[in-house]
Ligand binder design. Structure first.
Ligand code: FBP
Length: 558
């Protein structure tokens, strides 16, 4: 029996590159405060809720001197939410910085996500432990979870655990929701004068945790390259067999950053963009008509095959669906307390829901196949999100396109063959071995998080910028979490949350896609990106995503 694959063994020995300012070691980091900040929106509400951690200055690091206080600091780290490639390297970077500063410092990993700190379940890392996970994918080093850290009781318990372990700072590696909770914990600990700091790290394959200070969340690079490899392989199969239409749903939650990046990397015949659907108020019918039109036009050219990318969150952006889902959420919040409803068969549930929704929403709900109705009734996640990964939008679209084609055939307007394959790519990419970019970026984020701790900050997000340049030119620093916040309705109540970055329809990434999609639709412009490469020429191994290149105005290598 083998223990590790040759690549796995080689990756354990990879030396991730650090951001320039951190390359001289933690003892040579100097910090500079920039301008004071405020919240993106709803400033007064955010300031009131986070009065002790609100509005701090942006911080940048350089290697021009020694300004950090190297006093003994023990840290606890939490992996929160969905897996994203590179999480292990954030912990490795954090560990190395901690030990360089003072070998007596300790790093604890809380097990199973935020619940680990509440229940006091943790491990202490040592060299051997960390070395077994360097540059590997997954979050299995300590596990992850979606417990929402937000109640007074949870904060009290977390504080007790930190006091028992003599922990001075907590690093939370998470997406927008987890970092919102990191900020709540930072505020609570500061208000209580505990001296315990909280620092966040921007994680999520979805790519929706980004703004002027955070160029991209980690994991997006590797996950999109992995999906692009798979989509490219399918395109080659479709182009060889010439007999299937492949409908591929791509993970990414609400935003379509993943779908857009994969579309630019592979150039499929169709790629739907949820944000565009919402902006143009496209109905489900008009989306299906658009897909049908491409299928028919390709059939006229003798091409009864193709590839369509469907974003995971599409259903929530179709105006009539969005309105119906919002009403359904409110209704389910009430019905879930009714035992008779909870124990009823699905058919009965549909009837009850249909009778309680208003006329228009009931019409939309009733028009859906039972499969989709059942998926819409599934539990929301702890943050109140519909679990879009469980809604088979790709199958819904296939059924509706088929119905359209049947009608067109009967009218003599379509003479092709439509044979479909449905796929969902999501979990395939979240734990992939991190690309060189993610390995380096994550290591820098973790290392940088400890520099922020030594700078005495709390309620900050680790920030590494200038990411399309070589790592030696990456800029490291920190940004107050409150700077990214606004108020949004969750579970019917206004709550402070980090604003999600959706695809900007006037931005360079969407524009690039928009300018080319007609060509992709009818002429086969497929690109086959192949697998992520870890060793070899830099133009093959160290490329960033097209999204990042276009956003940073570097001529994209599309
Ligand atoms: P995060 O927002 O926690 O990073 O999660 C990303 C994600 O992979 C989404 O793309 C997807 O909708 C969701 O997690 C799936 O959640 P789960 O892991 O609970 O199935």
């Amino acid at each position: 029996m083998r223990d590790l694959s040759p690549l796995h063994k080689a990756r354990l020995g990879y030396n991730p590159k650090l951001a320039g300012a951190l390359q001289e070691g933690i003892k040579n980091v100097k910090f500079t405060f920039g301008e004071k900040t405020s919240a993106v929106k709803d400033k007064e509400d955010i300031e009131k809720l986070f009065k002790d951690v609100y509005g701090g200055p942006i911080v940048s690091f350089s290697n021009a001197g020694e300004s950090l206080n190297l006093a003994n600091k023990n840290v606890g780290v939490i992996l929160s939410g969905g897996q994203a490639p590179g999480g292990h390297n954030v912990i490795a970077g954090l560990y190395d910085a901690i030990k360089q500063a003072n070998p007596n410092n300790k790093l604890y990993g809380f097990l199973g996500g935020p619940s680990g700190i509440i229940d006091g379940k943790c491990v202490e890392f040592d060299d051997k432990f960390i070395d077994a996970y360097r540059n590997t994918g997954g979050f299995d080093i300590i596990g992850s979870g979606r417990t929402k850290l937000e109640t007074e009781e949870q904060f009290e318990k977390s504080l007790k655990v930190c006091e028992q372990l003599n922990i001075n700072a907590i690093v939370i590696i998470g997406g927008d929701d987890s970092n919102t909770n990191a900020c709540m914990l930072a505020q609570w600990l500061k208000a209580k004068n505990t001296g315990i700091q909280v620092i966040g790290c921007p994680k999520t394959i979805d790519g929706d945790l980004k703004n002027s200070q955070i160029e991209i969340s980690f994991g997006f690079d590797t996950a999109t390259k992995t999906y692009a490899e798979l989509v490219g392989n399918i395109q080659r199969d479709a182009n060889s067999a010439k007999k299937y239409w492949h409908f591929i749903k791509l993970m990414g939650r609400s935003a379509t950053h993943v779908g857009l990046e994969v579309a630019l990397q592979t150039q499929p015949n169709i790629a739907l963009i949820s944000e565009e659907v919402e902006a143009k108020k496209q109905s489900l019918k008009s989306i299906v008509d658009y897909i049908t039109d491409v299928v028919v036009k390709r059939a006229e050219k003798g091409k009864n095959f193709g590839v369509a990318l469907i974003p995971e969150g599409l259903i929530e952006f179709i105006p009539e669906m969005k309105t119906m889902i919002q009403s359904l959420n409110d209704l389910l919040a009430v019905l879930e307390k009714d035992e008779a409803f909870v124990n009823a068969a699905n058919e009965t549930k549909y009837e009850i829901i249909s009778s309680k929704l208003d006329k228009d929403n009931a019409f939309v709900f009733n028009s859906l196949p039972n499969l989709i109705k059942a998926q819409l009734l599934m539990d929301r996640d702890p943050h109140g999100n519909v679990q879009v990964s469980k809604i088979e939008t790709e199958k819904l679209l296939i059924e509706m396109v088929k119905a359209n084609l049947k009608k067109l055939k009967a009218e003599g307007k379509y003479n092709g063959k439509f044979s479909e394959q449905a796929h969902f790519f999501g979990y395939e990419g979240r734990c992939a071995m991190p690309s060189n970019f993610d390995a380096d970026y994550c290591y820098s984020l973790g290392y940088n998080a400890f520099a922020l701790i030594l700078a005495g900050l709390t309620g900050y997000l680790s920030s590494v910028k200038n990411l399309t340049a070589p790592a030696s030119e990456w800029r490291a620093g920190g940004v107050p979490l409150t700077m990214m916040m606004n108020m949004e309705k969750r579970h019917g109540v206004m709550k402070p949350v980090i604003q999600k970055a959706l695809v900007e329809l006037d931005g360079p990434v969407f524009k690039e896609f928009e300018a080319n999609r007609e060509n992709y639709a009818l002429n086969d412009c497929y690109i086959f990106p192949g697998a992520i490469q870890y060793y070899g020429p830099t133009e093959v191994c160290d490329n960033t995503t097209i999204t990042l290149q276009l956003e940073q105005k570097v001529p994209a290598k599309c």
